[in-house]
Design a protein around this ligand. Structure first.
Ligand code: BGC
Length: 269
């Protein structure tokens, strides 16, 4: 097989959670552009989900939207059921849905804690568990990929970078790291590959206010000198799930323009 063919995702089906906008949408587009059919999961923005489905269909891929709250076990199971009914066995799952509810610790409500852990970490568990169950039922399709399935968690640089005033968010992302590595260890022999991508500052709604009000300060944290785009993350995920990365499992790729190089130490410390 030529090296470029290993990047091809033709005849594979992907579910991307939280894919009506932001990093999820960028990832759905890149997977479709590499040849995959893609299920678009949304929670709030149905209109954006509709528009993305139209775009993906225009690329010649199959796609549909489905509403699901990833922190709900019933919703997650129903989403996988519908995906398989409409598009067939699932080869690729990207657990991306995430929220931020920031507050100084002393003012952080239990509701804000639970909401962030619920979507970001419990959601990752529910989606990851369902992915593994469905991959096993599907069986390896040697003609499509040597892997039984590919599971990717969208984490954050804040799985290792402490983040004052965002304790719930950073804790959820730190949790994703051990969730990902523990699952990867558990299922590797079955040829299920499990990895994370940990983005830095990517231009999405989650940090729109920060980018607007604090742009220069943010740029100082990024040695590469630009805010990332959702497509940057999408292209990395497309590579991780492709057969070009068939030997990759249990790893986090920090896709951050160098943010985790701790640039404030340059000439300091
Ligand atoms: C957060 C963004 C933030 C970035 C870098 C992401 O995980 O969601 O709000 O800009 O990390 O700090």
């Amino acid at each position: 097989m030529a090296s470029s063919e290993r990047l091809d995702l033709a005849r594979q089906t992907a579910i991307v959670t939280g894919s009506s906008s932001g990093i999820g949408a960028g990832t759905a587009r890149e997977l479709a552009s590499a040849g995959a059919d893609v299920v678009i999961n949304f929670h709030g923005s149905e209109h954006d989900a509709d528009a993305l489905v139209v775009d993906i269909e225009a690329m010649g891929r199959r796609s549909f939207k489905i509403a699901a709250d990833v922190s709900s076990e019933t919703d997650v199971i129903a989403m996988f059921d519908e995906a398989e009914t409409r598009l067939g066995p699932i080869d690729i799952v990207v657990s991306n849905a995430g929220v931020q509810k920031d507050a100084p610790l002393a003012q952080m409500s239990l509701d804000d804690w639970n909401a962030v852990i619920g979507v970001n970490l419990t959601g990752a568990f529910l989606v990851g568990r369902e992915a593994v169950r469905r991959f096993r039922e599907k069986g390896v399709r040697e003609d499509v990929s040597p892997a039984l399935g590919k599971l990717v968690f969208v984490s954050s640089v804040h799985q290792i970078v402490p983040w004052a005033f965002h304790a719930n968010y950073a804790a959820s992302k730190g949790g994703i790291d051990m969730l990902m590595r523990s699952i990867a260890q558990e299922v590797a022999l079955e040829k299920i590959r499990v990895n994370s991508v940990a983005p830095g500052a990517i231009a999405t709604a989650i940090n729109a206010e920060e980018r607007e009000n604090n742009h220069d300060a943010m740029l100082k944290l990024i040695p590469y000198g630009r805010i990332g785009e959702p497509a940057d993350v999408g292209r990395t995920v497309a590579w991780i799930v492709s057969d070009a990365a068939d030997y990759l499992t249990g790893q986090t790729i920090f896709l951050d323009g160098g943010m985790t190089l701790y640039p404030c130490f340059k000439g300091n410390g």
